[in-house]
Design a protein around this ligand. Sequence first.
Ligand code: GDP
Ligand code: IMO
Ligand code: MG
Length: 423
Amino acid sequence: MAVRVVIGTQWGDEGKGKYIDMLANDSDLVVRFSGGNNAGHTIVVDGVKYALHLMPSGILHKGKTCIIGNGVVIDPAVLIKEINGLNEKGVSTEHLLISDRAHVIMPYHRELDELQEKFRGSGSIGTTKRGIGPCYADKIDRCGIRMCDFIDEDLFKQKVKANLDIKNLMIENVYGGKGFNADEVIAEYLEYAKFLKKYVKDTNSILFDAIHEGKNILFEGAQATFLDLDFGTYPYVTSSNPTAGGVCTGSGIGPKLIDEVYGVLKAYTSRVGAGPFPTEQDNEVGNTIRELGWEYGTTTGRPRRCGWLDTVMIRYAARVNGLTGLAINHVDTIGKLDKIKLCVAYKKDGEQVTHFPASLQELEKCEPVYEEFDSWKEDISGVRSFEELPENAKKYLKRIEELVGVKVKLIGVGKEREQTIVV
Ligand code: GDP
Ligand code: IMO
Ligand code: MG
């Protein structure tokens, strides 16, 4: 039995989906534990591209049980669209299970996300406007609607009415927006509930039984360490805990059951939305990386901000998540540049800093310290062993391993799941 976790170590979009899809092959259950349809995971199988938002990426493997855990927030219409879209492509979703404790994203959550961003003005977070933050806020505020409430018609009606009594006041009187008609919302959402009801289960006990039967479990991270509500660049973060601790609270397993935690990173860094980014290259270098790596958001289509790899961040991610291995993507992409820079530390007020600060004001004062590497300028997309890689690529990867203190176990040399070197 193995319980493995895949986590993003940067600001998301590291290519987690590709590895989850790959590791799902020898897993029995694949479990999403946090976030919602703010995630966008691109997986390319035999030239066919799949963009998944809520559905665990393991769904592309026949017969694997896929769980959407209690830590996830679910927009029912989005999930139904994803189920139908996969079915149309011949992908079965009959092994999908949804936790009865997962929370439902309601239309007033999306509206509030939109309005709050507008009101933040120049301080806006750049959210995906999918209602993620307001839905988690209701969960914490104890007025959220869980899947078990959603499929109970009478309870659902009561909860929607009680929520809208307050939300409409806020939407209309505070933000000047347009409120919702409770009956219309209820009528629309009861249809979604009917559709999804058969998937809603006590996934916590199913997971518990599977672990005790010795099954292989894969936990699928969405978002990433620096978008984590506690450990990320607050307030420029998402509203959940996508770090390894979130596995336990977002699915209901004990921490001692986890065997492996893979941290996924790119050979450079990208970020969508606002917030600090010490190694950002808002210049020709960043533009080149964006075009070479095709760095445009899977969820919102926004161009991603690009810059050099920052090992201060990855070292911090290794500690926060207890990483047991690194999975580095886009090694093919970075090798197309003439020279490569790697951030090895920060300099602040003349002193070397090797720990990522909590205060954004402190972070602002940090200047990256770079080491420069010669590139390899070779097509490595067909390479399948570490030994076959160009010497300069090996040097770059070895230095990352040394600075982070965690072994590189997987190397991505292209989009396809087969374009992976297992070290
Ligand atoms: P996720 O959210 O972490 O699953 O990542 P995304 O799917 O949002 O973004 C990763 C992007 O990089 C996708 O377009 C992938 O197809 C692509 N990708 C992943 N790994 C590699 C790699 O090793 N090389 C190249 N060239 N592209 C990759
Ligand atoms: P995957 O799983 C990249 C970012 C948004 C915004 C911030 C808050 O594909 O790696 P939210 O809508 O969550 O309240 O927005 O978080 N963000 C992501 N950026 N990849 C993601 O997911 C993201 N999920 C949220 O851009 O800056
Ligand atoms: Mg993504």
